[in-house]
Design a protein around this ligand. Structure first.
Ligand SMILES: [Zn+2]
Ligand SMILES: [Zn+2]
Length: 346
């Protein structure tokens, strides 16, 4: 095998280069994967814009975290995988020993190990992720469907933690790939979906995934009133915020019914604050929660949904580009919101 490969290296704010780097060397418990597809992710775009991410990546570093590919080398201690297998590896693995892991909150692990470098010909999967969060892709599943597993796992976990019931009316604010995944899961759970987005194309996509009612968010605060009107003024049973803006967090709280649940799924910029009406929260018994990241159990659930054909890349990925075009792709995704994912083919 070659000693060098092409890989995207993130140097800082809006600064990345696709350049030759050494093919990663692997340790006894690691595997080396030939990346067949890497998907762009809103988090990557955010990291590209800001130049860093406190927990996930510290530049200069190889970049990208949603991938599927083929095993091309295994460390001498690896028993579970062999060369030639098709695999999907999550972007993190928990320590399984800390306070949080022992309580089943592995997404909050104090020592969550993150892995980046999917925008490259090859990626090293470190031993801990090989052991706890790497899975075979069944023959009937495409690489790009399998690569959806990481973001989907976050969404499946967020959805389950919100405790929906069949027949609930669920407002989903924000219709990027994450919001659309929520639309899909809500429909699979037998809920009525009110999809709230800014752009017509996003609303059309939500309808294609199964949304029952569409609200154009550019009508400003009317989104709240419109959502309430759709439920005879009562408010929706569940509101999911998948934008990551303080204003839409407040919308979510204002559109749920008494006793309803809000999930603040979209992370806002650092130091953001929101205003919450305390008597509304108290007298209406509104539950506010947030969900972050995934656990190995949810990666497995997400993979099951993909393997069963319930979730497919065709709804969430609408473009493919060679690795060499990654800088242009990132700039494009940064300058317009409302995009689906791009499949990068290294
Ligand atoms: Zn992601
Ligand atoms: Zn831990």
């Amino acid at each position: 095998m070659n000693s060098h490969m092409m890989a995207a290296v993130l140097y800082g704010k809006e600064h990345l280069q696709v350049e030759p780097v050494a093919v990663p060397t692997i340790d006894r418990g690691d595997i080396l994967v030939r990346v067949k597809v890497a998907l762009t992710c809103g988090t990557d775009v955010k990291v590209f814009r800001r130049g860093y991410h406190a927990r996930m990546i510290v530049p200069p570093a190889v970049f990208g975290h949603e991938l599927a590919g083929d095993v091309v080398a295994v460390g001498e201690d690896v028993k579970a995988f062999s060369v030639g297998q098709r695999v999907v590896a999550a972007n993190s693995a928990p320590c399984q020993e800390c306070y949080f892991c022992r309580r089943g909150l592995e997404n909050l692990c104090e020592d969550l190990l993150f892995n980046n470098g999917a925008y490259a010909e090859y990626i090293r999967i470190p031993a801990r992720i090989v052991d706890r969060n790497t899975y075979l892709i069944p023959a009937h599943v495409d690489y790009r469907d399998a690569a959806l597993v990481e973001p989907l796992a976050c969404v499946v976990r967020g959805w389950e933690e919100t405790a929906p019931r069949p027949g609930d009316t669920v407002a989903i604010i924000g219709l990027g790939p994450i919001g659309l995944m929520f639309v899909k899961l809500a429909k699979l759970s037998g809920c009525r979906v009110v999809a709230i987005g800014q752009r017509r194309t996003q609303l059309e996509r939500a309808a294609a995934v199964g949304a029952d009612d569409l609200i154009t968010a550019s009508e400003g605060l009317n989104a709240v009133k419109t959502a309430r009107n759709l439920t005879h003024g009562r408010g929706v049973d569940i509101a999911i915020e998948a934008v990551g803006k303080p204003q839409t967090w407040e919308w979510a709280v204002n559109m749920v019914r008494r006793g309803g649940t809000v999930n603040f799924f979209g992370g806002c910029p650092n130091d953001s604050t929101v205003r919450l009406d305390t008597s509304l929260l108290h007298y209406s018994e509104i539950t506010c929660k947030a969900s972050f990241h995934h656990t190995p159990a949810y990666i497995r659930k997400a993979l099951e949904l993909v393997c069963a054909g319930h979730v497919a890349a065709s709804f969430f990925v609408n473009r493919e580009e060679p690795l060499a075009n990654l800088l242009e792709v990132m700039r494009h995704l940064m300058s317009h919101n409302g995009h689906l994912k791009t499949a990068i083919l290294p």
